[in-house]
Design a protein around this ligand. Structure first.
Ligand code: HEM
Length: 543
């Protein structure tokens, strides 16, 4: 009784204090000068949510931003929660300035970083500034192309195993099959073995296992179409100092619990591998999995710059989440695009047969063979262009700056602007989906499927952007995707393995949409609540 009233006595002033602080921060934001006031953009339907509800509930991830940019210009203003102005950019010069030129001057906002910490822990995805440099130094050797080549036989074996499974499925259950579920299992097997020589057997065992289950529908269950309560709660995050905000990871909310469970299980898996192989992992160069390379690379650097144990284990959760879901979704979109474009599917299959017939090792193609598949690579690029999994990337200005524009914008007062001055703390959305479809970068047919655009000099753009084919799909610069080469090798080998065995076509009466669930996930239109799925019809090829 006594302790109860004591808690109450303490809580009330605390609550009042928190409310006052919150109102002060909102008022400060509202009444201070708004440097973007003159920039055009959609009206805000709500002071509390800004354009957030529309953005998070759009049917096709990225389309709303695409339409706004078509209407207002490749740099426009949208509204965040509580009257916040956000600068949305698809302009190539502006994006080049942010990802390539500015180094660490446009970090991720602290509320985004907290969400990342919740999902993947204190790994490289979460680290910023000097800390990020430290993480990168330890991680880089694991993503060296010569190391990655050694994963090719693994990728090829997995594709063969998946093809055998699919043949059995088609024979027993008929031609229609949800490719995303199976591909997710395949990618989990690949990343498990490549990252820490762990056999999930997800394809073989059908997705059974603690970690495999923790992954299933993780994004769809947690981030797809959040309700207004969740949006309100997360919109408060940016007002809370990072040191206090980190305690959200202890909240009992369903989304938080799911990510916490995933993080816990993946760290445990990495911990037990390190324990099991403690003797050999640190000295034996034969251990080529990513974790062993990280442990060796970490032990060889100056003690002050080493990763601590939690950072090292978080790296595994990061690699599994970043390296599994993104590639699984991209490959699903790739098969979908080829199902919709049977002529391209035939052309890719013929190219594979030609290259195989010329190869000295047709049963185990090498990097050079995959690189010489010109049309196959063009098709992969076109899918990555049209379906960037991370369709929007948030950033914040660490200091005052002037962002240059390739395409001048017209302000509300009719003034033409060639650059946008911004203040420290300005929120920015990099509109990846829209940049990848910009007509003055990719041509008049930019919003249409046309792999042929990559046969010429399509990558040869005025403003260089990302790591691969001048797309923003892997982001770029110091914070660009570390695993992009891994992803491309995996996409190439798996696509080749599957196209040799099957013809893919879209099932009648089913339309697929890319829903916004943190990443662009495939769902059946009108049935998004059922979660990630991409059913295709498969017909087994007899050679
Ligand atoms: C098609 C597949 C993939 C796509 C589209 C993709 C995309 C991206 C993007 C857009 C970022 C930057 C995110 C941001 O700045 O907020 C990123 C970062 C990252 N990706 Fe990937 N990724 C893919 C596959 C992979 C794979 C296979 C791995 C590892 C095996 C991987 C590991 C990472 C890591 C470690 C980072 C953090 C880099 C840093 O912050 O320095 N990714 N990825």
């Amino acid at each position: 009784m006594y302790s109860g009233s004591m808690t109450l006595n303490l809580n009330i002033p605390l609550l009042i204090g928190f409310c006052c602080l919150f109102l002060y921060l909102v008022a400060r934001r509202l009444f201070k000068a708004r440097p973007l006031a003159y920039i055009q953009g959609p009206t805000s339907p709500s002071f509390v949510f800004g354009n957030n509800v529309e953005l998070q509930h759009q049917d096709d991830a990225g389309e709303l931003e695409y339409n706004w940019i078509a209407q207002y210009g490749a740099a426009c203003k949208i509204s965040g929660s509580f009257g916040q102005d956000i600068l949305m950019l698809a302009d190539p010069k502006a994006l080049h300035h942010i990802v390539q030129i500015s180094s660490y001057r446009y970090p991720k906002p602290h509320d985004t970083n907290q969400a990342i910490r919740l999902m993947m822990g204190r790994g490289i995805f979460w680290a910023s500034g000097d800390d990020h440099k430290r993480h990168k130094k330890v991680m880089n050797p694991a993503f060296d192309i010569s190391r990655l080549r050694s994963f090719l036989p693994l990728f090829q074996r997995s594709a063969t195993m998946l093809a055998e499974k699919w043949k059995e499925e088609v024979r027993i259950n008929g031609p229609m099959l949800d490719v995303t579920t199976w591909i997710s299992r395949l990618m989990l097997d690949n990343i498990g073995e490549a990252a820490f020589e762990h056999q999930f057997n997800a394809v073989d065992a059908g997705g059974v296992g603690e970690l495999s289950e923790a992954f299933t529908n993780l994004f769809a269950d947690s981030l797809l179409f959040p309700d207004k309560g969740t949006l309100f709660f997360t919109s408060l995050w940016r007002f809370i100092p990072p040191d206090v905000l980190r305690y959200v990871e202890y909240l009992p909310a369903r989304q938080v619990r799911r990510f916490r469970r995933f993080l816990k299980i993946s760290k445990q898996a990495a911990r037990s591998v390190i324990n099991e192989r403690a003797a050999s992992i640190s000295c034996d160069d034969e251990n080529r999995d990513i974790l062993s390379i990280l442990v060796r690379s970490n032990s060889s650097i100056d003690a002050r710059r080493k990763l601590d144990e939690d950072e090292l284990l978080s790296q595994m959760a990061t690699i599994m989440l970043a390296g599994h879901d993104s590639t699984a979704m991209s490959l699903s979109w790739l098969l979908y695009d080829l199902a919709l474009h049977p002529d391209d599917q035939i052309r890719v299959r013929e190219e594979i047969r030609t290259i195989k017939s010329q190869s000295l090792t047709p049963d185990c193609l090498g990097v050079v063979d995959f690189e010489s598949m010109t049309y196959t690579n063009a098709v992969i690029r076109e899918t990555l262009r049209l379906h960037p999994i991370a369709f929007m990337l948030p950033r914040i200005a660490a200091e005052d700056d002037v962002i240059p524009l390739a395409n001048p914008i017209t302000t509300k007062t009719g003034k033409i602007m060639h650059e946008i001055p911004i203040k420290k703390g300005q929120s920015i959305y990099m509109a990846v989906y829209t940049y990848n479809r910009l007509k003055n970068v990719w041509g008049e047919d930019a919003d249409k499927w046309n792999p042929g655009r990559f046969l010429g000099n399509a990558s040869d753009k005025e403003y260089t952007m990302g790591m691969f084919a001048n797309l923003l799909t892997f982001s770029g610069g110091v914070r660009g995707c570390l695993g992009w080469r891994f992803a491309i090798l995996e996409l190439q080998t798996t696509l080749v393995g599957l196209l040799e065995q099957f013809e893919f076509s879209p099932p009648p009466g089913i339309e697929i949409q890319g829903a916004p669930a943190g990443s662009m996930i495939p769902v059946i239109r009108g049935r998004a609540r059922e979660g990630t799925q991409l059913p295709l019809c498969l017909s087994v090829l007899t050679n």
